[in-house]
Write a protein that binds this ligand. Structure first.
Ligand code: GRF
Length: 226
């Protein structure tokens, strides 16, 4: 197997997506290894979670830096020191400057809990419910300066159920995220998905089909149709 890509995960909170990536990378055949987790919030529960899984966990409190730029210089230094190839945002709640984004261009992923380009930004699930949409989901995309924008690597569709609250919908989408992110990172780290002219291309025709997930899968003919 070619050398596994060295991945840093950036978090701000509980780190359940982080954990799904760490667990996927425990398989020696997975094309990426997680070398560090950095949180801009020193009290993020995800830090303890990473440590418990045997991964270095670095608190990097952004409030202790005089500017966005000095915070990012330190962050970049941590990534360079650890010879990181790819960066994965997983519930990382800090906006990054164009300088940092361009430094890691096409080597930097984010997960967002909607079918982008619909519903970027915060309060996603409530806005989906308010809109009356019956399908939502999750997207993994390459990071660009605009929030929750950039070439899409993989998506999972999740139905909205009658009576859903923002919390119940978030829970169902999160379960899809936990399957989607390891799958998307695998595509990128193995070189099966890459960016050309602002779009993600795949090395083989079968890959895009695998990059579009439906969760739960549609009913087959043998299953009761209700
Ligand atoms: C996820 O829903 C992710 O899509 C969004 O923030 C949430 C983070 O959850 N960006 P966790 O910290 O990974 O549990």
């Amino acid at each position: 197997m070619t050398k596994r890509k060295r991945v840093a995960i950036l978090i701000s909170g509980r780190g359940s997506n982080m954990e799904s990536l760490i667990r996927a990378a425990q398989d020696p055949d997975y094309p990426a290894e997680i070398v560090t987790v950095v949180s801009n919030r020193p009290d993020a529960p995800g830090l303890a979670r990473a440590k418990a899984l045997g991964i270095e966990a670095v608190p990097l409190d952004h409030t202790k830096f005089p500017s966005r730029m000095t915070f990012e210089l330190k962050l970049n230094g941590i990534l360079i020191e650890r010879q990181v190839d790819l960066v994965c945002n997983a519930g990382f709640m800090r906006l990054l400057t164009a300088e940092f984004v361009n430094r890691w261009l096409d080597r930097h992923l984010n997960i967002h809990p909607s079918l982008l380009p619909a519903f970027p930004g915060l309060d996603t699930h409530q806005r989906v419910l308010d809109s009356g949409a019956w399908i939502t989901g999750a997207s993994v995309h390459f990071v660009r300066v605009e929030m929750d924008a950039g070439p899409i690597v993989a998506q999972a569709a999740v139905p909205v159920a009658p009576g859903d609250t923002a919390d119940s919908l978030a829970e169902r989408v999160l379960a899809a995220e936990h399957r989607l992110y390891p799958h998307a990172l695998e595509l990128v780290a193995s070189g099966a998905a890459y960016v050309i002219d602002g779009r993600v291309l795949y090395t083989t025709p079968g890959v895009p089909l695998r990059a579009a997930m439906i969760s739960p899968p549609p009913l087959t003919k043998s299953e009761p149709q209700g």
